[in-house]
Ligand binder design. Sequence first.
Ligand code: GUN
Length: 291
Amino acid sequence: MAVTIINGKEVAGLIQDELAVKVTELREKGVKPCLATLLVGEDPASQVYIGQKQKACERLGILPKHQTLSATTTEAELLSIIEGLNNNPKINGILVQLPLPEHINSVKVLDAISPQKDVDGFHPFNVGKFFTEKSFSDMVDKGLFLPCTPYGIMELLKRYDVPVRGADVVVVGRSNIVGKPIALLLLAADATVTVCHSRTKNLKEVCQRADIIIAAIGKPKFVTADMVKEGVVVIDVGVNRLPEGLVGDVDFVNVSQKASAITPVPGGVGPMTITMLMANTIMAARNQAGI
Ligand code: GUN
């Protein structure tokens, strides 16, 4: 059976077209959505991500307000900038690009962002909201800020008609940004979820049982063809820069021989993350305007 290459770029384009219409409607009501982004230091990958986020804002009619801060910025300085953004009614969403330099406590920083402007969905208030919600569709209907990468993955699965209810899903990786939240979202969508990590015993055997694998471990080509069953759906969240170029956490060439559907890197999950950030920003603007 031929493998389906899940085209995240295309789906992201379709959703962005829908979002652009929403922005136009808001602007007609005098609401101009604005996303503030903060980057501390000069990490090249983070610079690329921030650039992509700014471009997406411009494409959709969202105002991007970016500040790059020196790598020596103190935690107190960063917290004070966030407080200013929290109190500025023109700013609807705030995103602090991670990772932060070692001397800054990222938990403290994420806690400082107003939950109403937390378009990343990383604030404990918003995490708690979706932790306690039972159904994925309720989370969306109630307008929770869902973390962008997991939210984007759920949209991809939906738009490619991948059955999630009752499916055996293996998440490889347990980060706060991807592994843990995607496990919760899939659980709320009635999947049977197993979360694996670097200490998991028999990882290969666990992965071989999966109907869907979410690879978010941060190791290039970590998921190999011998670890997956025929017909598996593979979502590759990895972005690893090798001399040969960008590669994911999945050995794409060989795994795609066995998979029924698979996301490429680049052009899979990445564009969806940015798109869901835009969706969250528009929702924030609408909520803050009371529309
Ligand atoms: N670094 C890697 N992914 C993300 C993300 O989704 N949000 C933020 N703020 N930083 C990141």
